[in-house]
Design a binder for this molecule. Structure first.
Ligand code: GLN
Length: 278
């Protein structure tokens, strides 16, 4: 069997399972099964499928038929131009979150704290782009911290990165001039509306804090002033309807120059604010 025929059969299976974007997913999973980058797939389509690749593709397609996200199946996701390892213990890095990285890089910083680091994609991308900075990634999940540490090592920033298991700020030492976070922000009542891919496969602790979806922002806004240096910044990802509420939470804690930034779809996506001083 040629790879081309395997691709056609895989695409059909995914379509029949009701997977949106079946053709693209089938290509990524075929490239994964062949052990090549998706950019090299077209050339490989006329070659015969090796026996072991047939088995790997079958497993991958079965996982996708069960709605497992492609990044979890391949174990990797490109974010900010870097390849991150992704597992069931981490949120799959989203392209919208690159906006947060971009906003954080608008001004230089030396010590950054990433709250709920997951794969470490935000912290590690910031350290890659800011060669003299160092940072701490915290997470409640030890399994996520293992993934983040692995990514920091693979991407060559582990000497500038510390990882700390903590409940928000409780076990995080030190002061920072930048705090970043993409916290869980989906309201409990909205969890049912998520796609099956997300709802059944991604860690709920990374998606929702329960209740109205704002509890993580409450904890972060309350704890951040004591951990920021005067004039320090906080940059947070938000859900598209949360700008006003999160602005209020930050203002109540004395933050100033609070601004909202939009994602490429024109939805509010990032809030930044400053601790007074300097
Ligand atoms: N953006 C994610 C989603 O819509 C949610 C991530 C989060 O809660 N931080 O699935």
């Amino acid at each position: 069997m040629k790879a081309q025929e395997a691709l056609i059969a895989a695409t059909r299976r995914l379509k029949e399972a009701g997977i949106e974007g079946a053709p693209g997913d089938a290509r990524r999973l075929l490239a994964h099964a062949l052990g090549i980058g998706p950019d090299r797939l077209t050339l490989a389509l006329h070659d015969p499928m090796p026996e072991d690749a047939i088995g790997r593709l079958d497993l991958a397609i079965a996982a996708r038929e069960a709605h497992q996200p492609v990044a979890q199946i391949t174990g990797k996701r490109l974010f900010w131009g870097h390849e991150f390892r992704v597992t069931r213990d981490t949120l799959d890095p989203r392209p919208e979150t690159e906006i947060l990285v971009q906003v954080a890089l608008e001004r230089p910083f030396v010590h950054v704290l990433d709250l709920g680091t997951g794969t470490g994609c935000i912290l590690i991308s910031l350290l890659k782009s800011m060669p003299f900075a160092a940072g701490t990634g915290m997470d409640l999940s030890p399994a996520a911290l293992d993934v983040a540490r692995e990514n920091a090592t693979a991407l060559g920033v582990v000497k500038r990165a510390k990882f700390q298991q903590s409940d928000w700020f409780s076990a995080v030492p030190g002061r920072f001039d930048l705090i970043v976070s993409n916290p869980p922000y989906i309201a409990q009542a909205e969890m049912d509306g998520l796609s099956r891919d997300v709802r059944e496969w991604e860690p709920h602790s990374a998606l929702t804090p329960g209740g109205d979806g704002l509890d993580a922002y409450r904890a972060i806004a309350r704890g951040a002033p004591a951990r920021l240096m005067a004039g320090g910044r906080i940059v947070l990802e938000i859900g598209p309807t949360q700008a006003a509420a999160v602005t209020d939470l930050l203002a109540e804690q004395g933050f100033e120059q609070i601004e909202t930034r939009k994602d490429l779809d024109g939805r509010d996506r990032v809030i930044l604010a400053h601790k007074p001083g300097k």
